[in-house]
Design a protein around this ligand. Structure first.
Ligand code: 13P
Length: 252
């Protein structure tokens, strides 16, 4: 938590939901958000973007998608272009989530291309970085996260981070109930901010750095209290209105 950056809490619904379930969840979140000072967003599956737009337009909750094509248009069956997300009022899109990297083989270069495609369409990319358990145990967390970050800086330039968010999500903490300790998370956040600061101090100071990986109502406040943690990217707990609201409250 810092005085120069607003906190952001973004929910990543992953491949969960239905029209009926989403309607209740979104309405419950809106009903409980009064007084929340943090920025709040939900990243929903593609088919529910229209619903998110209908329910959330004119409210304090922004919405976005969970991935995007690196291409603007064309013969890419099954893909969704950034301009299409913009058509549905998206503010954010996740790029390089570890599940995309691990399960769908997204390379650092592909993630950088998606990041740039998102910005080209006026979206704010939420760039996800993070190490696996094997990488942490091999003591190469810093190397891995720096490589993932630098792929984007090299391709898009450090100034591009002025219109982006970075989320540190240690893969071993995602959906496992194992959270990085506030000190472990802070150390990586400080490393990320330091790397950006080496290229541009002003961009680094304003960059929102989210932590993701088993954030729950019970651990959110201590994570968000760290100086370089500016909010969270929330998976499982974003599917339960009361939990998501408690995490938003912890960020405000
Ligand atoms: P969990 O909060 O379920 O661990 O998921 C984190 C995540 O991957 C958010 O993008």
């Amino acid at each position: 938590m810092s005085s120069v950056r607003t906190q952001l809490v973004a929910g990543n619904w992953k491949m969960h939901g239905s029209l009926a379930v989403n309607q209740t969840l979104l309405q419950d979140v809106l009903a409980g958000l009064a007084g929340c000072k943090a920025a709040v967003a939900v990243c929903v599956p593609f088919p529910y973007l229209a619903q998110a737009q209908t329910v959330l337009a004119g409210t304090p909750v922004a919405w976005g998608a969970q991935t995007v094509s690196e291409y603007a248009q064309g013969a890419y069956t099954g893909e969704v272009a950034a301009a299409m997300l913009a058509d549905f009022g998206c503010r954010y899109v996740l790029v390089g989530h570890s599940e995309r990297r691990a399960l769908y083989g997204e390379s650092d270069a592909a993630v950088a291309a998606k990041f740039m495609a998102a910005q080209q369409a006026g979206l704010i990319p939420i760039l996800c970085v993070g190490e696996t358990l094997a990488e942490r145990e091999a003591a190469i967390t810093g190397e891995v996260v720096t490589r993932q970050l630098e792929a984007v800086i090299d391709a898009a330039g450090v100034q591009a981070l002025a219109r982006a968010v970075v989320a540190y999500e240690p893969v071993w903490a995602i959906g496992t109930g194992k959270t990085a300790t506030p000190q472990q998370a802070q150390a990586v956040h400080a490393l990320i901010r330091g790397r950006v600061a080496a290229a541009d101090a002003a961009v680094a100071e304003k960059l929102q750095l989210l932590y993701g990986g088993s954030v729950k109502p019970g651990n959110a406040a201590e994570l968000f209290a760290m100086p370089d943690i500016d909010g969270g990217l929330i998976g499982g707990a974003a599917l339960v209105a009361a939990d998501f609201l408690a995490i938003c409250a912890a960020a405000s």
